[in-house]
Design a protein around this ligand. Sequence first.
Ligand code: F6P
Length: 364
Amino acid sequence: MKRVLVATGGGDCPGLNAVIRAIVKRAAQERDWEIIGSIQSFDGILREPTEIRVLDERAVAGIHVQGGTIIGTTNKGGPFAWPVKNKDGSWTSVDRSDEMIRKLQYLGIDAVISIGGDGSQKISQDLFEKGLNIIGVPKTIDNDLSATDFTFGFQTAVQIATEAVDKLVTTAASHNRVLILEVMGRYAGWIALHAAIAGGAEVCLIPEIPYDTQKVLAKLNSRYDKGKGNAIVVIAEGAVPVGGSLTSEQSDEVGYNNLRLGGVAHKLMHDLKNAGFEADMRETVLGHLQRGGSPIAYDRILATQFGVKAFEMVLEGKFGEMVAYRHPDIISVPLIDAINKPNFVDPTSDLLKTARGIGISFGD
Ligand code: F6P
């Protein structure tokens, strides 16, 4: 019997369960393969007692429609930075990667499939360099990995954000208001850009194009005549004004090393007010709604393609590589290349031209 360990790491994302199901169903077509799920990413291996579960076809039946991940996830700590509490109550981190690799050998694991975003794939690369047979599957709603045309979960997030814009349009029109929608995406403006085009926003502010508050103000004023009018602004959580900085805070959660982005809609609303904008404004922060619930069909299909490919890469021994989508093919690329170059919106791209072509202002 050969064993593949599957782990989902980082923030969750619609489609994770569809990947898990596809791995299990593809493996079931081969003789003598067992798929094991590690609970909450690699924490399941590092914990005592070990937290793992066998994933057979019965365990994954019908899960492709479910959001989240049936084996849990975490975006804290990890094998290279495991949080440990000091006697004085403070926290430090220790490298438990060698211990984890030994434990995987003891458990008879022949290969690992790690489903995760940039942070998780950096861990995959480091484990590969230590000799682990590991394959990466990219996931993130942010779509910020350059090695793949799209990550699963992104289109679902765009759909949710677009539905939010659609709803805001009707209430903005009723009240003659400007409604500002803050969406996720970290340092990439993909969700904001797609939702702004699909939903018909007037202003879209993304990290890749620092905005000038005066230009945003001018665009919004152009939408009003004698106090009557309305507008929708979609702003990415990583958007910055010209000469300004990220709106963020350091988290005090143990083992959480990411900056927590958020608050850009609130900041913009106040900056516009201070700049003299007179109409009523309200902010909506879409937050984790963008990551929850059932994946749309597109993401189920992409996730399923990734899962099947990942297991086939195990069969082919393509370790140290990551599944990627290069239209129309599902390919594999070296993990090291995948983690080195983020995928940001290109301000000169056709998609940006399309947005400008329908009058969307980027505040530049
Ligand atoms: O990377 C996915 C993402 O949802 C980002 O868009 C967002 O900034 C971050 O994760 C939020 O992380 P958390 O779930 O830790 O709040």
